[in-house]
Design a protein around this ligand. Structure first.
Ligand SMILES: *Cc1c(COP(=O)(O)O)cnc(C)c1O
Length: 388
């Protein structure tokens, strides 16, 4: 049974009915967040229940928003390996270094988690057509789950995304529109179709459930580390659902009685070619300014503006974390270093987390004896042309 009770605006706090379809808060146009009856969850959903559960994110179904079992779509997403990276750790002089390998998810990225939940919930609420602007991985994941649900999917991607991203969506039966511009331009075009044809918009944080799928990364890290959270989590940030979701997960788990009050310091990594969150963090701002001329090999980080910017910045600050920008050269070099030491074909976004680790070790912000989790958010396969 799900303990989902209602939606609450992450900015103005207004409450919304869980049985209706919502996008942004109708009052202030900020993201809505799912809330649960944590008192009853604390009594009924104990950690030991997990022992017999399947190895997918649905193992936490009590704390997910889908109400009926038959609407839980699954391609085997989640419960990805948390790898102790000993050889990489040796290279950088660390003993407690881990990689959460999200490239092992269906459609080879952690986007599967978010879209699994968004599409399952949209299906439960009767949606027939879904639409997404995407830098690549989100579109593939949406198309896969939409196919599984028997929905029609409409994808809007920058025309310069690597070919495998496009091929994947087409194979899943999506209608693909390539846009001469960035993800923000794709968003504008997608919005026209939403208005004209009534398609449901599953853009990052513009519906409340992708973040619920992504928060399971936080549950898994805690469970896989035997309920001792790491000192630091390093996460590549685009729209920020993963970071915001994990931060929400730690709060929920404390209220469930699963973890104590210790939190990991959350590190947001971006590319120097597109670093709106790093700039806003350093300037002490509540919201980020739109980044102009965004350019990076890490497609998932090419997000000039994020609707959840204030939630990302809040999570970083509340956790005593930080935000770091790394260059594309450092990203590529670190992606290969993960490959050469650990046998993981990482996405450049994953490489970015190692580049950030090196920089934070150099500055002394991270100490060598701390426990660190790097998030490899995708697989290198779709970015194969970087290795030409
Ligand atoms: C989308 C994406 C990101 C950024 O994720 P957010 O949760 O939106 O910040 C990072 N890495 C990869 C591989 C992605 O596809």
């Amino acid at each position: 049974m799900s303990h989902f009770t209602h939606l609450e605006c992450g900015y103005c706090g207004k409450i919304y009915d869980k049985n209706k379809l919502w996008n942004l808060c109708p009052e202030c146009s900020k993201p809505l967040l799912a809330r649960y009856d944590l008192e009853s969850a604390r009594k009924n959903f104990t950690k030991d229940k997990l022992k017999k559960r399947e190895s997918t994110l649905w193992r936490y179904h009590e704390m997910l928003p889908v109400l009926e079992t038959k609407f839980r779509l699954s391609l085997g997403e989640g419960f990805t390996p948390l790898i102790r990276a000993s050889r990489l750790g040796n290279e950088v002089g660390m003993k407690n270094l881990f990689i959460k390998d999200e490239g092992m998810n269906p459609t080879t990225s952690f986007k599967a988690r978010g879209l699994c939940l968004a599409i399952s919930k949209a299906n439960e609420l009767g949606v027939k057509e879904v639409s997404i602007p995407s830098a690549g991985n989100a579109a593939g994941a949406m198309s896969a789950y939409a196919a599984l649900a028997g929905m029609k999917s409409f994808v809007f991607m920058p025309k310069d995304v690597p070919q495998p991203f496009i091929a994947e969506c087409k194979a899943f039966g999506a209608e693909v529109t390539l846009v001469d511009g960035l993800i923000t331009d794709c968003g504008k075009l997608a919005a026209e179709g939403v208005k004209k044809f009534g398609r449901f918009d599953v853009s990052t944080l513009k519906e409340p459930y992708r973040i619920e799928g992504k928060k399971t990364m936080g549950y898994e890290v805690a469970e896989q580390m035997n309920w001792k959270v790491p000192d630091v989590i390093i996460y590549p940030t685009g729209g920020g659902t993963g970071l915001i979701g994990m931060w929400k997960a730690f709060d929920e788990m404390e209220k469930l009685g699963w973890i104590g009050s210790k939190r990991p310091r959350m590190v947001s990594v971006q590319s120097t070619g597109c670093a709106p969150m790093v700039k806003a963090f350093n300037d002490g701002k509540e919201f980020a300014e739109m980044w102009t001329g965004a350019k990076t090999i890490a497609d998932g980080l090419r997000v000039p503006a994020a609707v959840g910017d204030f939630l990302i910045l809040r999570a970083i600050r509340e956790s005593n974390g930080t935000a770091v920008a790394v260059s594309d050269e450092e990203i590529f070099e670190s992606t290969n270093m993960i490959g050469k030491t650990e046998g993981i074909f990482a996405a450049p976004e994953g490489g970015a987390t190692l580049a950030a680790l090196k920089s934070l070790l150099n500055s002394g912000w991270i100490k060598k004896d701390e426990s660190i989790v790097l998030f490899n958010t995708g697989s290198g396969h779709k970015y194969y042309n970087l290795w030409k």
